[in-house]
Design a protein around this ligand. Structure first.
Ligand code: COA
Ligand code: MG
Length: 288
């Protein structure tokens, strides 16, 4: 999975456009993109969209935060239509994700669905407090945990910041820390790390730069807010022919020396971590 497109859960036109896009996943949003008086209608539309079976991509539903009464109403409305996953915003720690997992277990039983089928993709850096919960996702493990998304917009609002970017347009230090800690937390939990949205949707060059930087540091995918962003993200996260060839060379060098811990390719020392990285490139290529 390379690209995840947010779609307001009450907007039929955008949902149709999202379903027709090349995104690898859609996130049907019930939270911030939907006004309070539209939440009930949005739940019905999201459930109908899931039930229609029209999607070739993975479908997630972003529910409302657990400290609002809407969260349980959201889950009660959409679980029966079997989303691929639930996105949990404002997730404070592993405890929040575990609570959603228990809710899902109960609702799967209610609706006669296979147990533990629906995944969880929390947004793990949206408040100052959530930063201190990032060490709590792996112990005990959460089998439903599919990935983790970091976000810099709500975090800036929580911190009282004027902006989350420096004058040169790059993320300021607190947000770079959040981004890095999301990567570490995801790796600790064997979950995929998903890079934050790039809100300037008329700037494909800036998006491309940020997507490639994300890939280079370990993100598997990037979230999007506009269909125009999908091709840029998909391309950034798809290994090129040269990437694949280089990875195949690394694998071949190890295969040619079974039992060797270290080999050399093109004058460079390669050991176990390089082998893992090469495998990851080939897995990404196969998935793309
Ligand atoms: N998913 C699907 N379709 C979308 C879309 C999205 N996220 N964003 C825009 N589109 C559609 C528009 O409906 C429009 O379709 P049309 O030509 O059939 O009318 C087309 O793409 C072009 O849209 P454009 O005019 O460039 O943008 P806009 O001003 O209509 O919308 C936003 C701008 C930001 C409001 C819109 O992109 C959006 O709603 N994004 C998602 C917001 C969201 O979910 N946020 C929560 C998570 S951060
Ligand atoms: Mg938000």
């Amino acid at each position: 999975m390379r690209s995840l497109l947010f779609v307001p859960g009450d907007d039929e036109r955008k949902i149709a456009k999202g379903l027709a896009s090349a995104a690898d996943a859609l996130i049907l949003d019930l939270e911030d993109a939907v006004a309070p008086q539209r939440k009930a209608a949005a739940r019905e539309l999201c459930a109908a969209t899931l039930a229609s079976g029209n999607a070739r991509m993975k479908l997630f539903v972003r529910i409302n935060a657990l400290d609002t009464p809407a969260a349980l109403l959201d889950l009660a409305a959409v679980v029966k239509a079997r989303p691929f996953g639930i996105m949990l915003p404002k997730c404070r720690s592993g405890e929040d994700a575990r609570l959603v997992s228990h809710y899902l277990t109960a609702l799967e039983a209610r609706d006669g669905l296979p147990a533990s089928d629906i995944r969880i993709l929390p947004i793990v850096t949206e408040t100052g407090g959530s930063m201190f919960g990032l060490g709590s996702y792996d112990n005990p493990p959460i089998p439903r945990l599919y990935g983790m998304l970091w976000g810099g917009e709500d975090l800036a609002a929580d911190l009282g910041a004027i902006t989350n970017r420096d004058e040169d347009g790059r993320y300021a230090a607190p947000y770079l820390l959040a981004r890095s800690l999301c990567l570490f937390a995801a790796a600790a939990s064997s979950a995929i790390a998903v890079d934050a949205v790039y809100t300037n949707f008329r700037d494909p060059a800036g998006l491309k730069q940020e997507a490639i930087a994300g890939l280079r540091s370990g993100f598997s995918a990037k979230a999007a807010i506009h269909p125009d962003q999908i091709s840029v993200i998909n391309e950034a996260f798809t290994p090129t022919a040269a990437d694949i060839e280089a990875a195949q060379q690394v694998i071949a060098a190890f295969d040619a020396s079974p039992g060797a811990g270290v080999v050399s390719v093109g004058g460079k020392m390669l050991d176990r971590p390089h082998y893992r990285t090469a495998q990851r490139v080939l897995a990404r290529a196969a998935g793309a």
